[in-house]
Design a protein around this ligand. Structure first.
Ligand SMILES: [Zn+2]
Length: 203
């Protein structure tokens, strides 16, 4: 089964998991769960600024940041970097302890901290060769050409993701996840502040 990337390099999918025989993107509910999560996340973050550029320029000058082209990590705990900053990310991951956080929620924050402290890959860091070999081994699909933009449009039309699309914020994915957990705790069946107040009055 051949591998494909969509919109951003980095995450790869089994072609049959994401595309129908006619080349159209499959409906999300027909994709394996992990694939679906990544595709939805891709639809959110494609077009967002590179994390490293964002740290350099800040929100006020976000238009000077390059769009991210490569995504690493897990959905909601990913690092998005541009071609210029890929070497810095790879150096951090391979040679500066970053791999220790692979798969962890703090993965992007640890990279951001390292980068914000002024750390960079050495000049002529050789780590890219390996990646470029890898990237040559699978097909790359533009988001618009394969229908991912339609997924984005559908998602933007739902209230649940209304906060997305406001540019890249450090740890925004984690904040979103925290918010989701908060919603769970607000389950109307559980005791809320109003119940506590009533109990106090009874006393
Ligand atoms: Zn960048």
């Amino acid at each position: 089964m051949s591998k494909v990337s969509i919109a951003l390099r980095g995450w790869r999918f089994d072609e049959d998991d994401v595309f129908e025989d006619d080349g159209e993107l499959r409906p999300l509910d027909e994709m394996p769960e992990d694939t679906r999560h990544r595709i939805i996340r891709l639809a959110h973050i494609s077009g967002d600024a590179c994390d490293a550029c964002w740290l350099i320029h800040g929100e006020a000058e976000i238009d000077r940041a390059n769009p991210g082209t490569i995504v690493y990590g897990e959905p909601m705990a990913e690092v998005l970097v541009c071609d210029e900053h890929e070497a810095d990310f790879l150096y951090w991951f391979r040679d500066a302890g970053g791999s220790e956080y692979a798969g962890e929620a703090e993965f992007p924050d640890r990279f951001h901290e390292w980068f914000a402290e002024g750390n960079r890959a050495p000049e002529d860091y050789g780590g890219l060769d390996h990646v470029q070999e890898e990237t040559g081994a699978y097909r790359f699909h533009e988001a618009a050409a394969c229908g991912l933009d339609d997924v984005t449009a559908d998602l933007d039309g739902t209230a649940a993701v209304g906060a997305e699309g406001d540019g890249l914020a450090e740890g925004d994915g984690l904040a979103e996840r925290d918010a989701d957990e908060g919603d769970d705790r607000d389950d109307p069946d559980s005791a809320g502040p109003d119940d506590v107040d009533l109990d106090a009055l009874d006393l």
